[in-house]
Design a protein around this ligand. Structure first.
Ligand code: ADP
Ligand code: MG
Length: 539
């Protein structure tokens, strides 16, 4: 846009009435340079967390709360970032987290490297649109080649794939436990080939105390709840469940009303009537054949006995989210009033039992609708937080893997294999886009360099040895062994990742780098901090 609408005093102003008052503007090359610098700064902040030898970040918020994490997206989402391009990068990482659950750091590092290489071309006089077009062609080419170099993974190696996604998080045996549990949980809710796995069918309960290795998975929905009375049945098989959006309590006065009691019996009969109404509700439940009752609110002690008498297993103060899960698993409808409820609102279950694990009470519900619950343990709240994030990632990866067992070799192997193909593809392209495709190839190799850097190995020689070894061995599986610094077959080392993660990282990084290249004008509204002038108000 060039025209009469520019800011006062910017030199380009041709209008008498400037419209963009109080706006700071940077255009063209200087805008792009600043944007790329912002992208590089952001990627610099999380670069050191990449890979199994990546280090952790300690985050401290305004209130002094601390968080230790190795998770790229967690660092980015917690950071207070002002720059719009940095925000675009964070969005790309969050999208990666939503779609693929893993590869969040990789996406940001790839995007920043693409932009850095683009900048070198811009300095040589190549137009950003030409680079953007080249990048798009490179991306399309890479996506088709990914399918060529990917392969099916055997069942016994699935754990390795999930473990790769936990690289750098926690310690070895913790990764093992989390990978095993996640895979088992996903298998419990898997309905068969071609059916999408519903991640909400897996619930995580976190508990402090105990080691991460003591975490476990159980079939069905597990709630950290105890039935309201030990006299109620402990275990019921093949029964009906009612989910009540309310409670079985004597009502408290809603309005500030005064009752003038003239007779000692009045209040008593008032209470008696109320109790009778509660009993009537319980009798209605019995007539419907309800075996288990879960209430969002409380259950008064004086109706407990009546419920016991009807053989109903009852739970009070069940959270909304748990009631939602139960409703899905048992195919029950949440009801607002017991009296007007019919049989069709009830759900069914196979088992509803109360158990005690390591001194804690749990309620387990198994039904036709498959479900699994992970009980995650960690010794402190800091650890349990990171354990939860690990489960979140590894469940996402396990779901992708159980749905589609196609994988790629990690340790940078697939990125180098793709870059080699891209360079050959670039040679066939006439025109300046060829340079952009080459720049893109150089950019995706950054993964090997950063993995090596974080392991204290020379990044350039690592990359060169991986490239040379891939060509000599005619293998796309050679990546960098971060323990020895040698170029080795990543399949043999069990460093494998689901194809979806790499694809999404490529798509996300290309998208954000092209968006940044297309910006040639940044307009910042000047923000005045409004400080009330207290003196003027006479205070
Ligand atoms: P992201 O947030 O991008 O997933 P990670 O810190 O999880 O970042 O690191 C992922 C990268 O680490 C992937 O490129 C993966 O191939 C690599 N990686 C994981 N384990 C190993 C290993 N044992 N050896 C070499 N590379 C590994
Ligand atoms: Mg990862």
């Amino acid at each position: 846009m060039s025209g009469p609408y520019f800011i006062e005093g910017c030199g380009e102003c041709m209008s008498e009435t400037p419209i963009l008052r109080d706006t700071v503007r940077s255009t063209g090359r200087s805008a792009l340079q600043k944007n790329i610098q912002a992208a590089l700064a952001l990627s610099g902040a999380i670069r050191s967390t990449l890979g199994p030898k990546g280090l952790d970040k300690l985050l401290i918020d305004d209130d002094g709360r601390t968080l230790v994490t190795n998770d790229g997206v967690t660092v980015l989402e917690t950071a207070k970032v002002e720059h719009p391009v940095a925000k675009m990068m964070i969005n790309a990482s969050s999208t990666q987290d939503k779609i693929a659950k893993d590869g969040t750091t990789t996406t940001v590092i790839l995007a920043a490297e693409m932009l850095q290489n683009a900048w070198q071309l811009i300095l040589q006089g190549i137009h950003p649109s030409t680079i953007a077009r080249g990048f798009r062609k490179a991306e399309q080419f890479v996506l088709t080649k990914i399918d060529e170099i990917s392969f099916g993974v055997e069942e016994r190696l699935c754990k390795n794939v999930v473990k790769t996604s936990l690289a750098g998080k926690g310690y070895q045996s913790m990764q093992n436990t989390i990978a095993e549990i996640s895979l088992e949980a996903v298998k419990m809710v898997f309905e068969g080939d071609g059916v999408k796995i519903d991640p909400t069918k897996i619930k995580i309960i976190s508990q402090t105390g105990g080691k991460v290795d003591d975490s476990r998975v159980m079939r069905g929905f597990v709630l950290a709840k105890k039935r309201i009375s030990a006299n109620m049945p402990k275990e019921i098989k093949n029964g009906k469940i009612m989910l009540l959006d309310g409670g079985l309590e004597n009502r408290s006065m809603k309005s500030d009303l005064k009752l003038n009691v003239t007779d000692v019996g009045v209040l008593e009969s008032f209470r008696k009537k109320e109790r009778e109404m509660l009993f009537a509700q319980i009798n209605h439940m019995e007539s419907l054949g309800v075996n288990v009752l879960a209430c969002r609110e409380g259950i008064d002690d004086d109706v407990k006995k009546h419920l016991e008498g009807c053989g109903i297993q009852a739970f009070r103060r069940v959270s909304n989210s748990d009631l939602d899960l139960l409703s899905k698993a048992c195919n029950a409808t949440m009801v607002g009033s017991i009296i007007s409820t019919g049989r069709d609102s009830l759900g069914s279950f196979n088992i509803s039992k109360n158990i005690n694990l390591d001194g804690k009470d749990f309620w387990v519900v198994e039904s036709e609708g498959k479900a699994a619950t992970i009980i995650a343990k960690g010794s402190t709240t800091d650890i349990i937080g990171e354990v939860e994030r690990c489960f979140d990632d590894s469940l996402g990866v396990s779901i992708q893997l159980i749905e589609n067992k196609t994988v790629l070799c990690g340790g940078g192997a697939s990125y180098v294999a793709l870059a080699r193909r891209l360079r050959r593809f670039a040679e066939t392209m006439p025109g300046r886009e060829q340079l952009a495709v080459e720049a893109y190839a150089d950019a995706i190799e950054v993964v090997v360099r950063v993995l090596a850097e974080n392991a204290g190995i020379d990044p350039i020689s690592s990359l060169l040895s991986v490239v040379a070894e891939q060509i000599n061995a005619k293998s796309d599986r050679i990546g960098i062994n971060l323990d020895t610094g040698n170029a080795e077959d990543m399949g043999d080392l069990g460093v494998l990742e689901p194809v979806g993660i790499v694809k999404q990282a490529i798509i996300g990084a290309t998208e954000v780098s092209i968006s940044v290249l297309r910006i040639d004008d940044v307009l910042w509204a000047k923000q005045d901090i409004q400080i009330p002038d207290l003196a003027q108000d006479g205070m």
